[in-house]
Design a protein. Sequence first.
Length: 378
Amino acid sequence: MRKIFYAIVSSVICVSCAQKESFEVKGVLDDAGGKTVYMEHFGLKGSKILDSVKVSPKGSFGFKVSKFDCPEFFRLKIDSASYLFAVDSTETVSIKGSLADLQNAVLTGSKDAENLRLMEKRLRLAEDTVRSLVNGFKNGLLTDRKELDDKVLSVFVNYKNDASKVIFSRDGCNFAASYYVLYKKMIYGMEPFSASLNSDSRYFYYVANIWEKKYAGSARAAQLECVVKDIRERKEAERNEQLYEKLERDESRGFVNLNLPDANGKLRSLEDLEGKPIFLYFANLSLMSNYDILDLKDLCAKNPGLAIYMVSFEENVEEWKKSAKGLPWICVNDVSGKAVLTYNLMQLPANYLIAANGTVVGRDVRVDDVRDFLKREK
């Protein structure tokens, strides 16, 4: 009896698993009887016809398709008409309407897919409006080009606002819909959201984040993460370029000021050292060798007119304070690490040699180079 019970349970589990491995698309199109409907999948590598069926005389049809690991995008095609939709974890979605007005067929069974269809309609409405405006300009009904541009921009902004609400929806189910509006271009190649614009980066960050949380490991989640990675790298490159430009400007008139706390908590400003040669040195004291410390002590002792300003980035502040208090030069600690960005430091140790007039005359020089420079300046 027990064996029979286990056999029944096992069969139920197997059937349940089998059911979860596919989803269904059912539909009724009143005037499509006898025609062939194709179901096409739009993947990251291109589109592919998955299956085709003949519509019954009463207009009904159905597809049973193997499930994907995340929401995917599909299109029904009958003659020259087509219908875009998405399927997520829902077992069955239904499409009802007429072939003559296929774009307005009603989809049910998935809130996410329903929102995608809503945005598809709004996109078509926006495109029709833009097309009408452009044709009006060509036909002389609208003569002012600025007025045309302003009206097209207004349509564009209104659609983008609607799309933004889908992306940041509070119901948390717009995975396919948010992905769709993020990448779907408008007529004439207009992009509501562009990964190349810093002002749009937050949309890509958000969509990538919700996909990673829900569908980690899927191809589309990985693709979104790659886009976000590229955005971050581009922003970092832009920041570095700005820093380079700032440093170049500052080098022409002096140097970038730093104002950081020493071991006693007193803020020490680099600008206060102007008027004398400065050896601006970046290094973590805890990682410096005894030889390097002794070499700097010798440089300091034999060149009393030289100011050494050492910046460390120690997380263990108390240990750093113990080491810094015994040194004969200015030691400061930058826990935030902002000086790394300010001076575009790629590695430690690093340094800048600054002349008495405030001009940066060397970068990443040896201590012996500092000695030679000071001899020439005497």
